[in-house]
Design a protein around this ligand. Structure first.
Ligand code: NDP
Ligand code: MG
Length: 386
C-alpha cells in the first residue's frame, strides 16, 4: 500500500516558523513526518527537535558545531551533516515530498532552487527567495512539477480568497499590515528607536530579523514583491493597508466590486498547515476566533513618509533586474547592524538607498548574477555603515 504520510524537510527547524511547523507535524503523525531538519547555529535546539522527531538526517550550518550534533544524534542512527552545501543538497533526497523553507534572508535561495530542480513542493516561508530572484524562480517553476504554497499569512489569505475564482476577475490585492510597534510614533522619535523598542511587535512573535522588517515596514514591501511573483498581479494593483488588529490577514478585490477577506487569530499554525496540506484545511490548525472579542476592526492608509522602506517595493518592481536582490542584501546588513547597535533605526533606509545607487544594475540576471549582486551589495552596505 502507498505510504500516505507526507515526508517533510524542515529548513530552519530551530526558528519561529520551523518550531511551529514541528508542532503541526507532531500533532498529525498520520499525515506528516519530518525526515530532514536543518538549523544555522542553535545546535542544542536542533538536537532536542531531532530527538523528538527522529528525522533521517539533520544539517547544521556552522561546521564547528557538527561534532556536538553528531555526538548526540549519531547513536540514534540520525545522519549528521554541516555547511552550506549540505544545507542545499539535503532537499534533493527521493523520499522528500515537501520542503518547508523557514531560514532567514538570502540563505533560503540556494536550497529552494535545488528543491525546485528536484521537483519538490515548496511550503515557502522564506519570502526573501522571491524577493531576491522571483523572476528566475518563476521561470524554473514553469519547467518543473514543483509548486509553491505560501506560508506567509498574507499570501496564504490571498490564496484562500482566490480559491475557486477566475484570476482574470482579480482587480486588486490588499495586503494587510499591523503597522508594527511604531505605527503611531512621530518620525523624530522613530529615528532614535532602540532595538528593544523595535523588537516589541504588537501582535506576532517572530524571529528578530522579520520583527525589525515589520518595524520599518520593509516586511510589507517584501510581501508586495512576494505577492507579485506568487499571483502574477502587477505592482500597481497591489496595495498595503494598515490593520492594527491583525485579524484580517489580507483581501482580494474583484472586478465586480466584491472584496473577499480571510480572517482568523494571528496564529501562524493555520497558514503553515494550509501550505503543508497543499491548500487542504487541517481540523483545529489554529484556535477558534470569536468575532465579538474583536468588535472593532480598523483600516488606515500606510504613511510612506515615515516608513520609506515600504516605497521600495514599487522601486523594485518597476526597475526589476537585480534591484530587489540588492535591496534585500543591503537590508540584511542594515538590520544586523541596527540589532548590534551600530546604526540607528532611522539610518536603515539610507543604507539601502545608497547601496542601491552603488551596485551596478543588471537587467536580466541569471543565478550567478544574483549571487554576485548579493555579495557586492553586502560589501557596499557594510562599507557605508563603517
Ligand atoms: P527565526 O530567526 O526564528 O528562525 C530562522 C531559522 O533559520 C532558524 O532555524 C535559524 O537557525 C535558521 N537560519 C538562519 N540563518 C541561517 C543560515 N544562514 N543558514 C541556515 N539556517 C539559517 O526566523 P522566523 O522563523 O521568524 O522566519 C523564517 C522565515 O519565515 C523568514 O524568511 C521570515 O521572513 C519568514 N516568515 C516568518 C514569520 C513568522 O511568524 N516568524 C511569518 C511570515 C514569514 P539557528 O537559529 O539555529 O541559527
Ligand atoms: Mg506576513
Amino acid at each position: 500500500m502507498k505510504d500516505t504520510v507526507k515526508n517533510i524537510a524542515v529548513l530552519g527547524a530551530t526558528g519561529s516558523i520551523g518550531s511551529q511547523t514541528l508542532d503541526i507535524i507532531a500533532s498529525h503523525p498520520e499525515r506528516y513526518r519530518a525526515v530532514v531538519l536543518t538549523a544555522g547555529s542553535r545546535a542544542d535546539k536542533l538536537i532536542e527537535a531531532a530527538i523528538a522527531h527522529r528525522p533521517r538526517r539533520v544539517v547544521i550550518g556552522r561546521t564547528e558545531l557538527l561534532p556536538r550534533v553528531e555526538a548526540a544524534l549519531a547513536p540514534l542512527g540520525i545522519e549528521c551533516r554541516a555547511g552550506d552545501e549540505a544545507l542545499a543538497e539535503c532537499v534533493e533526497a527521493d523520499d522528500i515530498d515537501t520542503v518547508l523553507t523557514a531560514t532567514v534572508g538570502y540563505s533560503g535561495l540556494q536550497p529552494t532552487v535545488r528543491a525546485i530542480r528536484a521537483g519538490k513542493d515548496i511550503a515557502l516561508a522564506n519570502k526573501e527567495t522571491l524577493v531576491v530572484a522571483g523572476e528566475m524562480i518563476n521561470r524554473m517553476l514553469a519547467e518543473s512539477p514543483s509548486k509553491i504554497y505560501p506560508v506567509d499569512s498574507e499570501h496564504s489569505a490571498i490564496a484562500q480568497c482566490l480559491a475557486g475564482e477566475d484570476p482574470a476577475c482579480v482587480k486588486r490585492l490588499l495586503i494587510t499590515a499591523s503597522g508594527g510597534p511604531f505605527r503611531t510614533w512621530p518620525a523624530d522619535r522613530m529615528a532614535e528607536a532602540t532595538a528593544a523598542d523595535a523588537l516589541k511587535h504588537p501582535n506576532w512573535n517572530m524571529g528578530r530579523k522579520i520583527t525589525i522588517d515589520s518595524a520599518t515596514m520593509m516586511n510589507k514591501a517584501f510581501e508586495i514583491i512576494e505577492a507579485h511573483y506568487l499571483f502574477g498581479v502587477e505592482s500597481g494593483r497591489i496595495e498595503a493597508v494598515v490593520h492594527p488588529q491583525s485579524i484580517v490577514h489580507s483581501m482580494v478585490e474583484f472586478v465586480d466590486g466584491a472584496v473577499k477577506a480571510q480572517l482568523g487569530l494571528p496564529d501562524m499554525h493555520l497558514p503553515i498547515a494550509y501550505a503543508l496540506g497543499c491548500h487542504a484545511r487541517l481540523d483545529g490548525a489554529a484556535g477558534h476566533m470569536s468575532l465579538a472579542d474583536f468588535a472593532t476592526l480598523t483600516f488606515e492608509k500606510p504613511d510612506v513618509k515615515r516608513f520609506p522602506c515600504l516605497g521600495l517595493a514599487h522601486t523594485a518592481l518597476e526597475r526589476r533586474g537585480n534591484t530587489a536582490c540588492v535591496i534585500n542584501a543591503a537590508n540584511e546588513i542594515a538590520v544586523a547592524a541596527f540589532l548590534e547597535g551600530r546604526i540607528k533605526f532611522g539610518q536603515i533606509y539610507g543604507v539601502i538607498e545608497r547601496t542601491l545607487e552603488a551596485v551596478p544594475y543588471i537587467a536580466e540576471p541569471v543565478f550567478d548574477d544574483y549571487v554576485a549582486s548579493n555579495a557586492e551589495a553586502r560589501v557596499k552596505a557594510a562599507e557605508m555603515i563603517k
